[in-house]
Design a protein around this ligand. Structure first.
Ligand code: BEZ
Length: 362
């Protein structure tokens, strides 16, 4: 109900005031939506972006962050972006993959071995080209972030792929991932992150495609006999602007925001290179037996998925080629457009960031 009200207020005020809403002293409000809760690394990044914008433009921009899917699910947030009812969002690739076949390439199984390589791949030129395809939806790609590598958490004991047969496995709601889990002989069930704890504990799903961070933070491990480190897929995050809102900004503001987002997203990608390992260690410290499984585990499903999807978009093979170069090199030398500029902000004004629905906003 609260979510519907927030959406209605945003939509009505947007119709009245066009994209950025402007208050009596002509301060513009920038709205950022995302599904992750306040402690999550994505929300922390959004907060950093908000803080920098407010320091750079004191009295000119106010930034409101709507975490935890307060504006609805990602399909609804995508629509809000398209109409200009919100200005920015951090989204998983799910809804984009359902609309733009280019994004299905990110679901290629076993592209890279770990989150460090994933961070490198997502800073490369193929990922940037995929991001650019969001223009077809009336969106502006601000950059790519990520979450941890995909693992499996199951209520019962799973030691080999056949143990998953017929199980209801939680997936994010998109075609390429659903297809992968069908090819792995399971019954994929789309559940958003916000509903996953209840779905897992009440038996709606038997297992999940998830990362170490959420396994730890949302305490899925307390209800699971198996936590399997499969590292079978990467999990990009896409930072998007509404093209409608973007057109209203001056070019120096656009330049500033482009650099700011890219810097912050780079930090997020680099952060996950380390954090993924840390979340695993924290799980082990809590007594979780994390079982590592090699690529044999999904060998059959991976082959079947590739047979089906690599002809649908050239980006599957392009990402695979880049990933191969990364695996063969000891450092990440594939970087696309690296952000070299430093964002100077002399303004020490500590403006309030509005994290809607959270009492500790900064
Ligand atoms: C998920 O749905 O698995 C997810 C969503 C956002 C961040 C990390 C994971």
């Amino acid at each position: 109900m609260q979510r519907i009200l927030i959406c209605l207020v945003i939509i009505v005020s947007t119709q009245l005031l066009s994209c950025f809403s402007v208050d009596a002293v002509s301060r513009k409000t920038i709205r950022i939506g995302l599904i992750t809760p306040p402690p999550h690394m994505w929300t922390q990044s959004a907060q950093q972006i908000a803080k920098s914008i407010q320091e750079k433009y004191p009295g000119e921009f106010e930034v409101s962050i709507f975490p935890s899917g307060q504006l609805g699910n990602e399909a609804q947030m995508l629509q809000l972006l398209q109409t200009g009812a919100i200005d920015f969002a951090f989204l998983t690739t799910s809804e984009l993959a359902n609309r733009l076949v280019e994004f299905s390439a990110f679901y290629t199984p076993y592209l890279v071995s770990d989150s460090k390589q994933a961070a490198c791949l997502l800073s490369g030129k193929t990922a940037q080209q995929i991001l650019k395809s969001t223009e077809k939806l009336g969106l502006v790609g601000m950059g790519i972030g990520m979450a941890g590598m995909r693992q499996i958490v199951a209520r019962d004991l799973v030691l080999q792929q056949s143990d998953l047969q017929g199980l209801k496995v939680r997936v994010t709601p998109d075609l390429p991932l659903t297809d992968f889990w069908k090819l792995a002989d399971t019954a994929p069930t789309a559940i958003p992150l916000s509903g996953l704890f209840d779905a897992f504990t009440n038996g709606q799903v038997d297992a999940m495609h998830i990362d170490f961070e959420n396994t730890l933070r949302l305490k899925f491990y307390e209800h699971a006999k198996s936590v399997l480190q499969t590292d079978h897929m990467i999990f990009p995050m896409v930072a998007l602007a509404s093209a409608k809102s973007w057109r209203q900004l001056e070019s120096n503001q656009k330049n500033y925001l482009k650099i700011l987002f890219e810097q912050q997203l780079k930090q997020l990608r680099d952060g996950y290179s380390e954090a993924d390992r840390k979340f695993k260690l924290l799980l082990i410290e809590r007594g979780v037996n994390v079982i590592s499984l090699d690529q044999e585990f999904f060998a059959n499903a991976s082959k079947l998925w590739l047979d089906r999807w690599q002809n649908r978009t050239p980006y599957v093979n392009l990402l695979k080629q880049e990933a191969m170069t990364i695996k063969q090199s000891s450092s990440c030398d594939l970087k696309g457009k690296e952000t070299k500029q430093v964002l100077a902000s002399d303004d020490k004004s500590s403006k309030k960031i509005i994290l809607v629905g959270d009492v500790k906003s900064e």
